[in-house]
Ligand binder design. Structure first.
Ligand SMILES: Nc1ncnc2c1ncn2[C@@H]1O[C@H](COP(=O)(O)OP(=O)(O)OP(=O)(O)O)[C@@H](O)[C@H]1O
Ligand SMILES: [Mg+2]
Length: 341
């Protein structure tokens, strides 16, 4: 019976793989020592799009990248990249993908030109092709000026760009970027976002990137998969995921934390308010429609002579999505930062 189930699983993943850049289903990875890094992960990536695997430390992002780039075998499950099977057609896959690992592959003692030329040789490109492609990539990533200097003198952002340029030397159709911006300062990160966006638009690349920055997935990804402990929590476009959380979020800063006893009871009765919480001087409410609910809430506060300092209405963020599905909030280090806020 279990064989049958596996076979059925393979058929569906293979069906999904047709016309897709990447298709994975039922991926399990148990490392030696028993750590279950992936627990039935599956998703599909359309050609020419940017797909983000988003999750905290240890969620299984790098493991997924390693399996899809044929560097590691799944314990169970199926995955196809460019239509090729990750287990049986690894060589075909390696020819059409570029990989930028979480740890930089740049040799600090060599210049950008030397790093790129070595990479060209590894991929078996001819000397002339490598030279032309090196010049093109150095310009593309605005590294021409620094190209003759040892890479150890580069900023973190320049080094990461060189990493990506190396991943592109053989003109792959699918590029894997494992945490392309971790450790970069905000300016370098924003710059990198532009580069990745441009790559996907100009070079018709499919990009699979991993990140633990909610904002990065939100900005860059056409679709994203939220991972938690090796499982897919939810998948969709950032907009879909946020729209899936109905309503708006209203935050009001009050001028006092001494609130009349009856205020809560009255807010609770409001039809426009689905849930609310008051902590010190912060009142937060989940409402169906912010623009309608805000005046009603302000009128109640005014009735009790509670001073208001500011009020904002916002759409749910990816953080709210994470909170809803995983049950705790998300922070960049991947640690739990307390219950619903
Ligand atoms: N080679 C290995 N041997 C044993 N356990 C491993 C190995 N590689 C990863 N793991 C474990 O598998 C789990 C998933 O690791 P993985 O590196 O895929 O997570 P990640 O999402 O990339 O995390 P990070 O954001 O920290 O890079 C973790 O518990 C990790 O400790
Ligand atoms: Mg990782």
């Amino acid at each position: 019976m279990s064989t049958e189930r596996v076979r059925l699983g393979t058929a569906t993943v293979r069906d999904r793989a047709r016309g897709a850049a990447i298709a994975a289903g039922g991926l399990m990875k148990v490392y030696k020592g028993g750590v279950k890094a992936l627990d039935g992960l599956g998703f599909t990536v359309a050609p020419g799009t940017i797909f983000a695997l988003l999750g905290p430390n240890g969620a299984g992002k790098s493991t997924t990248v390693k399996i899809l780039t044929t560097l590691s075998r799944p314990t169970e499950g199926d995955a196809f990249v460019a239509g090729f099977d990750v287990i049986r057609e690894a060589d075909e896959i390696r020819r059409v993908i570029g990989v930028v690992a979480q740890r930089s592959g740049v040799d600090g003692a060599s210049t950008a030109v030397e790093n790129l030329q070595l990479q060209g040789r590894i991929y078996g490109l001819g000397a002339k092709t490598t030279r032309l492609r090196t010049t093109e990539l150095l310009e593309r990533f605005r590294l021409t000026e620094a190209a003759g200097r040892a890479a150890r003198t580069y900023s973190g952002g320049m080094r990461r760009k060189l990493d990506i340029a190396m991943g592109l030397i053989h003109r792959p159709r699918i590029l894997f970027l494992d945490e392309p911006t971790t450790g970069l300062d905000p300016e370098a990160r924003a710059d990198m976002w532009q580069e990745i966006q441009a790559l996907s638009e100009q070079e018709e690349l499919t990009v699979l990137l991993t990140t633990h920055y909610l904002e990065e997935a939100d900005r860059l990804a056409d679709r994203l998969a939220l991972l938690d402990r090796g499982r897919l929590v939810v998948e969709g476009t950032p907009e879909e995921l946020k729209a899936g959380l109905l309503g708006d979020s209203v935050q009001i800063e009050l001028g006092t934390s001494e609130l009349p006893a009856l205020l809560s009871a009255e807010l609770e009765q409001l039809e426009a308010v689905r849930a609310f919480s008051v902590e010190e001087t912060q009142l937060r409410a989940q409402v169906d429609h912010g623009a309608t609910a805000l005046p009603v809430i302000l009128a109640v506060l005014d009735g009790y002579r509670v001073p208001v300092i500011s009020a904002t209405i916002s759409r749910p963020s990816l953080d709210d999505v994470y909170l809803q599905y995983v049950g705790h909030s998300y922070d960049h280090s991947g640690t739990t930062v307390g219950g619903p806020r």
